[in-house]
Design a protein around this ligand. Structure first.
Ligand code: ASP
Ligand code: MG
Length: 431
């Protein structure tokens, strides 16, 4: 008998009909002889609706009360799902995050899981029941308050439960067929990946692939949880996200014991949410970069790429550019402007019309010529590269925002990732 954790996103439980459909799916897995723990998101867009409501009441809702409000969304779906399962003659019990033992720190709206004590879930399983857990929420022991894990946090709930219970696999049910080599809405010839390593998935998620939340992937990687990302609208095998060092026998069986060699490239992703700040005319002497990024760090901005140009010998001045989320641009510009005299730079430029493309593949470690091929493909399409950064298994480039989709397509083709037929897009959001 296997223990399976299943997570259903908001789009899979959007209305009563969908909840009944999901209930049937859960019961089928139960009938096949498995123990099941389910993590469920709030129905459809109800979290957004609750957020809107809060902002109609006050422009800045109190964080504690906002968490109280938002956690109600998952409480609704968990109870309805448990009722639906019970009506089919199977025992099911719903649990809030705190009842399920999701212990977090005290940070409202972005709490981190510090411990998972799923005693009540174990008891329910021992008694033959299906345990349904409200996703995205936890409880802090010091403040004794309810917390939320941040948007999309139900993925993390599912992974944390799978880790704590030693589940054989954590199935993430969504409205797309799995992880694709690129966003099929932009690259029609994208193909579904049968499997992707968790380190590749982390890079893809960081680069803008939205199907899985990065914190959940991190958690899965750290705790050796194998994920199966698949559609709740069909029975197809989706994508296995695995840590090669810790692949479970159950996951290996889903993969049919395939031992084909890993492809060099897993996929390509794009991100249009960043902007570029250039600090112009920085004195090229030790300590200036430190000064600048200390100012930036104080704003808590998430700096991604950094490029420093060589200084023209005659001026002794250099330019430093970096990217960061657009939403953090204004506060960083203000902070830098306030310190302009101190640092002694000439000016600031802000560019929010950039796109970032990332090519990801574990095979880059052992294959040369990957970057040359990438640059060549962009050159042939007449796309200018403005910044470049690399990790062991990723190459990222910044281009103009309006060329990013074309860039995705030509790079996808250049690396032989195109499938023979067009991907079927159900208009899903991946949530
Ligand atoms: N309901 C929450 C959200 O929409 C959590 C989740 O869906 O995972 O962000
Ligand atoms: Mg949601």
């Amino acid at each position: 008998m296997s223990l399976i954790v299943q997570k259903f996103g908001g789009s899979s439980v959007a209305d009563a009909e969908s909840i009944k459909r999901v209930a049937k799916r859960i019961v089928d897995t139960k009938k096949a002889g498995n123990d099941i723990v389910v993590a469920v998101s709030a129905m459809g867009d109800s979290t957004d609706e609750l957020l809107d409501l809060a902002h109609e009441v006050t422009p800045i809702p109190a964080p504690r009360e906002l968490d109280m409000l938002l956690t109600a969304g998952e409480r609704i779906s968990m109870a309805l799902l448990a009722m639906a399962i019970k009506s089919m003659g199977y025992d099911a019990r719903s649990f809030t995050g705190s009842q399920a033992g999701m212990i977090t720190d005290a940070q409202h709206g972005a709490a981190r899981i510090v411990d998972v004590t799923p005693g009540r879930l174990r008891d329910a399983l021992d008694e033959g029941a299906i345990a349904i857990v409200a996703g995205f929420q936890g409880f802090n022991r010091d403040t004794k308050d309810i917390t939320t894990l941040g948007r999309g946090g139900s993925d993390t709930t599912a992974v944390a439960l799978a880790a704590a219970l030693g589940a054989d696999i954590c199935e993430i049910y969504t409205d797309v067929d799995g992880i694709f080599s690129a966003d099929p809405r932009v690259v029609p010839r994208a193909h579904k990946l049968d499997r992707v390593s968790s380190e590749e998935m982390l890079e893809l998620a960081a680069a803008g692939a939205k199907v899985l939340y990065i914190r959940a992937v991190e958690y899965a990687r750290r705790h050796g949880v194998t994920l199966h990302v698949r559609s709740s609208f069909n029975n197809n095998t989706g994508t296995i996200v695995y840590n090669p060092a810790a692949i479970s026998p159950y996951a290996a069986a889903v993969l049919n014991g395939e031992t084909v060699e890993e492809p060099i490239i897993a996929g390509v992703a794009a991100d249009l949410s960043e902007a570029k700040v250039t600090v112009v005319g920085v004195p090229d002497i030790p300590g200036k970069a430190a000064q600048i990024f200390k100012i930036v760090a104080k704003t808590n901005a998430n700096v991604d790429m950094i490029v420093q140009n060589v200084s023209a010998a005659s001026t002794g001045l250099t330019d430093i550019s970096f990217t960061l989320p657009k939403s953090e641009g204004q506060q960083v510009l203000t902070a830098l402007t306030n310190e302009q005299q101190n640092v002694g730079f000439a000016g600031l430029q802000y560019d929010d019309q950039i796109g970032k493309l990332a090519l990801v593949g574990a095979g880059m470690r052992t294959n040369t010529g990957v970057s040359a091929k990438l640059f060549e493909a962009l050159f042939e399409a007449g796309i200018n590269i403005e910044m470049i950064s690399t990790s062991e298994i990723r190459i990222s480039v910044v281009t103009r925002a309006d060329t990013i989709n074309e860039a995705l397509r030509v790079v996808h083709t250049a690396f032989g990732l195109d499938s023979d037929d067009e991907a079927v897009v159900h208009g899903g959001t991946g949530r």
